[in-house]
Write a protein that binds this ligand. Sequence first.
Ligand SMILES: NC(=O)c1ccc[n+]([C@@H]2O[C@H](COP(=O)([O-])OP(=O)(O)OC[C@H]3O[C@@H](n4cnc5c(N)ncnc54)[C@H](O)[C@@H]3O)[C@@H](O)[C@H]2O)c1
Length: 449
Amino acid sequence: MTITILGTGYVGLTTATLLAHCGHTVYAVEPNKERLDVIKTGRSFFYEEGLDDLVKHVVDSGALIPTDSYEESVPSSDIVFSSVGTPDKPDGSSNLDYVFGAAEEAAKLLKDGTIYVQKSTVPVGTGTKVRAIFDGLGKQIAYVSNPEFLREGTALADTLWFDRIVVGSDNKNAAEKVLSLYRELAAQRDTIAALTALTKPAKIPDGEYIATSQNSAELIKVTANAFLALKITFANSIAILADKTGANVKEVMDAVGADKRIGRAFLNAGRGYGGGCFPKDVSGLIASAEEFGAENLIMQAAAEVNAGMAAYVVEKIQAGLDGELEGKKVAVLGLAFKAGTSDSRKSPAIKIANLLVDAGAIVSAYDPKAIEEAKETLSPEVTTHEMVIDAITGVDAVCLATDWPEIVSYDAAELARAMKGNLFVDAMNAYDAERAKAAKLNYIGIGRS
Ligand SMILES: NC(=O)c1ccc[n+]([C@@H]2O[C@H](COP(=O)([O-])OP(=O)(O)OC[C@H]3O[C@@H](n4cnc5c(N)ncnc54)[C@H](O)[C@@H]3O)[C@@H](O)[C@H]2O)c1
């Protein structure tokens, strides 16, 4: 089959690369010249385990064709995926300019019988508006909502060993054709994984194929992300109470999560959620609920609590430094919004670093992959380092802000030796507290007083 992917960001490039490995001819359409030029050289423009190897393979073989041209790609395609960005507007609602822009441009060129697949995360009801663009073209264009669930940091593994594939459409044949692509992918997963050093998930998921209505598919995606954001925020709200009472939120959540009805995942307290998805998907859900007159108070509260978590961490650092941040040297370890990715969009780690700068601290920072991307929003007053040791030498306090394995496993004695002070604030609750205490560090977690 010939397939076009419109928008080759984190989602689009992963999907395009894997479908090309299944034997399809895949056009990767990307208007951002910088990104496109990198892909043309057979590399990914962002860090993701195993992806570079796979991109190189399919670009070299000609199965993946990077281009900025709709004319070159769309007219010959049987299936067109749209995976353009859906950032938030200043009021929190979803900016759908790219979604409608891509559909309008493609509409002029789609051949009769093409399936147009929406992979971008969009508010419920968007598909109906996109379909209106295709109506009246005098061509049969089937529309399928196929939301994406991959996580940055494990994007390839998530796409190969998926929990579920959701397709929502009133055209059963089109939905089935899209599902068949994922069946092919599942059949090829071991072969594709063997081309990289990709780690298989410890437990292979059942991999459900779920067909729903178009509106349900759209709502499934935002509901899933909102619920995960809610679990994190719930754990944080309990951590704040644990801090005040001397309880340990880890012990609490281990026991609470042992209840099969609740589950342990996403109940880790820390500096809150960030990234290119959760914040905007939560605010997008709040805005779309308002639009339909179904105010979502629970997500409004979650967004508010989450927004306060970085400041909560900074208060802990300040308290640990006898109430004074002015002139104090603080190292922030980790800048990416989570480990395993260079993505730093809306990263709480950056927010912590910037708040420390605002409070007069002298801030150094380390991240193994995200320094370049972080610079977009990181205060220029933060000095960045390629090595942990350079960031921590002579500081009064260290804040573990992203749980990269090399930070979490960093030798506590080495930390204690390199630092001037001994305050260690673990904003991810990821470090071994006993190890830190044994090295005479003043370990402070979130909800682990
Ligand atoms: N990143 C994730 O982990 C993730 C996971 C699941 C779902 N999603 C959703 O998938 C969508 C894409 O996310 P992303 O992180 O890959 O975004 P991204 O911003 O990294 O990539 C989007 C790409 O689309 C390109 N683009 C913009 N307008 C275009 C047009 N008219 N034609 C072709 N390309 C165009 C941009 O240049 C950009 O490279 C979003 O809706 C996001 O919410 C993302």
